[in-house]
Write a protein that binds this ligand. Structure first.
Ligand code: XIL
Length: 313
């Protein structure tokens, strides 16, 4: 039984982010994606810099390849991501556009992208990482030029382009009850009150072996009580290298707490790991001296975290 099929009996999608270069070049990787998971997220190929490398020139090829792969393997697709401050094309960030032009560009980007994948994507991460840790809005190209209303507008534009797709707000460090998740909570409540189409909150789940997730379940539950879905969208649990048995067990516990929190929340619809093998991971490139964040090792052998997650299902 795979993680995907075990989770399905609990009405949960168990998914992974996919590295398209690995999917093309590494048969063992491809085989694992197909057999172990019931959903996929594009790790990079649905980001704006990939989809529109030059102004008005779209490149859907890699994203379409992932969507086709998911279809062949009966997997759901989480679209990631429409509005973010990272991985934007240089023509956009360096283009000296007016605020009015940026608003039109964002609207068009959302319309074109959501329309392209209409009927093929289950969830969209509409807005990603809009808050600072203290709960204030992050200073980004979008806040500076469009004002705080860009968030509501983004959800409305996405809904116009595909009225059936589930629309998510997504962020990191919002697993627990804290200042940042309080701000997301207030945002979601106010968007719902205004009739803005938002259906879910994604908690990314990037953690370390020392992370304390004591209030995660309570936090997911308060979003559930607001009437929105929740998902764990990018789980990984890094450690200072080298790995040892103690750290691997602590890692298993953090993964487990995230999955158990989701399972205890009625409308927690998916649990996605941000890659599944230490052979391909963003962690060593982004966190100095850290690694081994995934549930299989570099040789695709299960780590304690893999066994712990199976036991939870
Ligand atoms: C990361 C990818 O994993 C890397 O390959 C890329 O170089 C940078 O972005 N939060 C997100 C993801 O929402 O899109 C990020 O993915 C990780 C943090």
């Amino acid at each position: 039984q795979s993680l995907g099929s075990l989770a399905k009996r609990l009405d949960l999608r168990f998914a992974t982010a996919v590295d398209m270069a690995a999917l093309a070049d590494d048969a063992a990787y491809r085989q694992k994606v197909a057999s172990e998971f019931s959903g996929v997220t594009a790790e990079n190929v649905m980001k704006w810099e990939v989809l529109e490398p030059q102004r008005g020139v779209y490149d859907w090829e890699q994203a379409d390849r992932l969507v086709a792969f998911a279809r062949e393997n009966r997997q759901t697709v989480r679209g990631h991501v429409l509005v973010w401050h990272n991985q934007l094309p240089a023509w956009l960030t360096e283009g000296n556009f007016s605020s009015q032009e940026l608003r039109a560009l964002l609207r068009r980007h959302i319309h074109e992208t959501v329309r392209h994948f209409r009927g093929k994507v289950w969830h969209w991460d509409v807005v990603n990482e809009a808050f600072n840790e203290d709960g204030t809005l992050r200073d980004t190209i979008w806040l500076r030029n469009l004002g705080p209303g860009y968030i509501a507008d983004a959800f409305r534009w996405a809904h116009e382009a595909d009225p059936r797709v589930r629309l998510y707000y997504n962020d990191y460090n919002i697993e627990n009850v804290n200042a940042k998740s309080d701000a997301v909570y207030d945002l979601v409540r106010s968007l719902r009150a205004q009739g803005v189409p938002i259906h879910g909150v994604g908690v990314q789940g990037h953690h370390t072996v020392g992370s304390d997730l004591a209030s995660m379940q309570r936090n997911l539950q308060r979003f559930d009580d607001l009437g929105v879905e929740t998902s764990v969208t990018e789980a990984d649990v890094r450690m200072v290298m080298p790995a040892d048995a103690t750290k691997l067990q602590a890692q298993a516990n953090v993964y487990s707490t995230m999955l158990e929190s989701c399972l205890a929340t009625p409308r927690c619809t998916s649990f996605t790991v941000w890659g599944f093998t230490d052979k391909y991971s963003w962690v060593p490139g982004w966190f100095d001296g850290e690694g081994a964040a995934n549930i299989l090792d570099e040789n695709f052998q299960p780590k304690p975290a893999y066994h712990a997650l199976r036991t939870d299902l």
